[in-house]
Ligand binder design. Structure first.
Ligand code: COI
Length: 471
């Protein structure tokens, strides 16, 4: 490195270390990373002296605040009889929660090894986070409807700006996976993704409540619970309906992504067909979509390899069993797709490690980076495109937008495009509302996936991962 750059690099490395380990060093020092120059595409980025110097005390103050987790039930109660004063409380909750939660993640990133933070994708995410943090922390108490409208505009803008975060993280951690231990990497990803889900939930919920409030302005305080949704929360999510809806979308996707004439497995649902619970529909659709996508593709591929006449014989069905207990609903998805290969099994839940790393990297290179999340991709004429209707657009465009657009929340990338994020991200979604996701592989035969959902809606969002709590 040229001397000047080396010098800056050294300073930053030192400050990063000192800031984390010694409170005395906190005050005058700035945060990482440096401003980038050049486009950073295909070439190593150049680093400059003109770093964004940022006062570290401000971040410290926000890092010291605890996040205030919320449950699905609280989200519903907030919106059930919406008054202007409740809307203002919701606004002020979001106004202070967003910078608090973002500050915690900025601090996590500062604690990563220096060489990881300076990865171009990771440092882009860092910049996005710092900009959002800085903008939200400056917003004054929301007292009037006009204040709230300004807050909503800022939220929509940020939701949109953060659409690239997941693909960037996915690329960044794959590129850095040799520079950090598997446990650290997965811990970091689990926490950052969980936190992102949480911020988007409270941000989108507030936008949806504001929208609902405006459309009921003539009768403030009117009971707003007649619909099936309160904000983003689907009050009565009927498991069977969601599965059938996802099953059809995934079968259509498999039909379009596999060679013409490919036999698509049937998906059968049995058990407690009335099981229902409050949930955020897009979260459930994402998890079920991923699991079914994996099962359908595994069955198709095994059938192609093993059947004497794959074009004539029907592949074995996928069985979904629903079980409603007092506190939980369990969804079991059983396929006969041959099980999970031995060498992949230990890395099933890992974001960056495993024998398929190079393939994942190559595949990620094919994904348009404007996709909001990896699920917000669609296939058109065999090409991958980002879905036009992003979460931010939806929230700006109406409360009902996300609820009936079948493919918006499903994983619509081609089933054979393996990015390595689907399963671990599904588990993050499942655990976020205090549920769980487990897979049992029956070698040579198939896979049983167990998704457990806490059905009362009274569990707080789980912002911390088990490993982080144990640490
Ligand atoms: C994110 O999507 O990562 C966010 O933090 C969204 C929030 C800034 C509204």
């Amino acid at each position: 490195l040229p001397f000047a750059v080396q010098n800056v690099t050294q300073t930053i490395r030192l400050t990063t270390r000192l800031r984390v380990s010694s409170p005395i060093a906190l005050t005058p020092i700035v945060s990482t990373p440096l401003i980038k120059q050049g486009d950073g595409i295909g070439t190593a980025r150049r680093w400059s002296h003109s770093a964004k110097w940022r006062p570290v005390q401000v971040l410290d103050e926000w890092v010291a605040k605890e996040a205030r987790p919320i449950s699905l039930r609280q989200l519903m109660v907030f919106g059930r009889s919406l008054t202007e004063s409740r809307l203002m409380s919701s606004a002020n909750y979001v106004r202070t929660e967003l910078p608090t939660r973002i500050a915690h993640r900025i601090r996590d990133m500062q604690r990563l090894p220096y060489v990881v933070v300076t990865n171009p994708h990771i440092s882009d995410v860092y910049e996005l986070y710092y900009t959002a943090f800085d903008s939200f922390r400056r917003i004054k108490e929301i007292k009037t409807s006009e204040d709230n409208d300004r807050l909503c505009k800022e939220i929509s803008k940020m939701l949109h700006a953060h659409l690239t975060v997941i693909p960037k993280l996915a690329m960044g951690i794959l590129e850095c996976s040799d520079l950090i231990s598997a446990a650290e990497l997965d811990q970091f990803m689990n926490t950052i993704l969980r936190s992102r889900i949480s911020r988007r939930v409270i941000a989108e919920q507030h936008l949806a409540l504001t929208e609902t409030f405006h459309s009921h302005w003539f009768s403030p305080g009117a009971k707003l619970s007649e619909g099936e949704f309160i904000g983003e929360v689907f009050i009565k999510c009927i498991a069977k309906d969601v599965i059938e809806h996802c099953a059809k979308a995934i079968q259509d996707l498999a039909r379009s992504a596999n060679p013409p004439g490919t036999k698509i497995p049937e998906i059968r649902v049995s058990g407690h067909l009335d099981a229902s619970f409050p949930y955020i529909l897009s979260h459930l659709e994402y998890i079920v979509g991923e699991l079914l996508r994996n099962s359908v593709q595994a069955v198709i591929e095994k059938h192609r390899r093993r059947s004497r006449d794959p074009a004539a014989e029907q592949p074995p069905p996928i069985d979904v069993t629903l079980c409603e207990a007092q506190q939980h609903v369990i969804i079991r998805i059983s396929d006969q797709g041959g099980g999970i290969p031995h060498d992949i099994l230990p890395y099933l839940w890992s974001f960056g490690k495993g024998p398929l790393k190079n393939q994942r990297l190559a595949n990620l290179g094919r994904v348009p980076l404007m996709a909001a999340t990896l699920q917000e991709l669609r296939v058109e004429d065999g090409r991958l495109l980002a879905l036009q209707q992003s979460a931010a657009d939806k929230s700006g465009g109406g409360n009902g937008g996300s609820h009936d657009s079948s493919l918006s929340s499903l994983s619509t990338r081609p089933p054979n495009l393996r990015l390595g994020m689907g399963l671990p991200l599904s588990r993050v979604y499942a655990e976020y509302w205090a549920g769980s996701l487990e897979l049992h592989s029956l070698e040579g035969y198939g896979v049983d996936a167990f998704l457990q959902i806490s059905k009362l809606g009274n569990k707080n969002e789980q912002l911390t991962t088990r490993a982080a709590m144990d640490a």
